[in-house]
Design a protein around this ligand. Structure first.
Ligand SMILES: [Zn+2]
Ligand SMILES: [Zn+2]
Length: 360
């Protein structure tokens, strides 16, 4: 496969919050790297936060981290994926949102997503030292320390594309929550993250999966992702219907609204577990009464990104889960790179849209 010396990419400039289609130079592949031709890249909620100015990247960059691509070139020394499966040119792969060093304190304490020299796809400022690393481009370089897996042929691009973000993060959430068969689970937020949490909780055998969200259009979809009950908020009536009157075993905050946290705490049973996953922006403050946290022996656990094992488990789940839940409807529409403006406008118009994707 001969490779071009330039490729097209959408560059986001945080200074004036503009997106522009540009030709960027490609560079020689280094040992240990993989060059990927991007097949599909979904626009994630966090990309929208960056574009709207709620998150502040350091400089111009190529956004997009929910990506499926084909191996276009293998750097010296790379012969297999991270499970030891042989890799060949043209193979479809997915990869973890972050590349880590494997040696620092965080990497050696089972939190590689907090590596001291973390490299995050779709988040790195474009400069001479950093190769193309975002999904809104024709090519992406997987630097050493990336975690990539060959995709099975029965997992199409539109199902695999969001596995490495929303689904893997919620795989980590149900792992940390230790969700068991028979549990009652409260999920705050019916965006894609919340719906992934619902499907994974149902798959683990939760007896009640309650999704709350103020947006009715979003709630309507939750039933096809394993929700047994939906409501605008977790009031006392819902609690008595779904949590045996004693409170939820597990609550997952998947909406990024600090104001829902007191309600989540109030809804938990004695000994309940609360996973906080959505507030990834500065000044996410909430007034919390610590008395019930203390006297109800609650566990509050923060979650940000996930481990390679979570991505493996999420991929495994998706192969079976796509039959049981409405994951096939997640990517509503696919646009070419140059139509990113149209794609963003569509997402803004319709809050029930979970994902729109770009295909370079
Ligand atoms: Zn994402
Ligand atoms: Zn590290």
């Amino acid at each position: 496969m001969s490779l071009p010396d330039h490729c097209r990419a959408i560059v986001f400039n945080p200074a004036d919050r503009t997106l522009a289609l540009r030709e960027l130079p490609m560079r020689t592949l280094l040992p240990g790297e993989v060059l990927v031709r991007v097949c599909l890249s979904a626009i994630c909620g966090s990309d929208l936060h960056t574009i709207s100015g709620r998150r502040h990247p350091g400089g111009p960059l190529v956004l997009g981290h929910e990506i499926v691509g084909q191996v276009a070139a293998l750097g010296e020394g790379v012969e297999t994926d991270c499970l030891g499966e042989p890799l060949a040119l043209g193979d479809r792969i997915t990869w973890g949102i972050a590349a880590s060093c494997g040696r620092c304190f965080s990497c050696t304490h089972s939190i590689p997503q907090k590596c001291a020299t973390l490299f995050k796809f779709g988040h790195e400022t474009l400069d001479k030292a950093t190769p193309l690393s975002g999904g809104f481009a024709e090519y992406c370089y997987l630097v050493p320390g990336s975690v990539y897996y060959r995709l099975p042929d029965d997992l199409p691009d539109h199902l695999a594309v969001f596995v490495n973000c929303s689904l893997s993060t919620m795989q980590a959430a149900v792992r940390l929550a230790d969700t068991h068969p028979g549990d009652s689970v409260l999920i705050q937020g019916a965006g894609l993250v919340g719906l992934c949490a619902a499907a994974l909780s149902a798959h683990r055998g939760a007896a009640a999966v309650v999704v709350v969200d103020p947006c009715e259009e979003r709630l309507r979809q939750a039933r096809s992702f394993g929700a047994t009950h939906t409501a605008p908020s977790a009031g006392p009536e819902l609690l008595s219907q779904t949590a045996r009157g004693r409170g939820f075993d597990v609550a997952i905050e998947a909406c990024g609204a600090p104001a829902v946290v007191p309600e989540g705490i109030a809804a938990l049973r004695i000994g309940g577990r609360y996973i906080l996953a959505g507030c990834v922006f500065p000044n996410a403050t909430a007034e919390i009464d610590l008395q019930p946290v203390t006297t109800k022996l609650l566990t509050l656990q923060g979650l940000h990104n996930y481990t390679p094992r979570d991505l493996q488990d999420a991929l495994q789940f998706m192969r079976a889960g796509s039959q049981c839940f409405a994951f096939g409807s997640v990517v509503r529409e696919v646009f070419p790179l140059e139509s990113i403006g149209e794609a963003l406008a569509l997402m803004e118009r319709d809050p029930s849209i979970l994902r729109v994707a770009l295909s370079p």
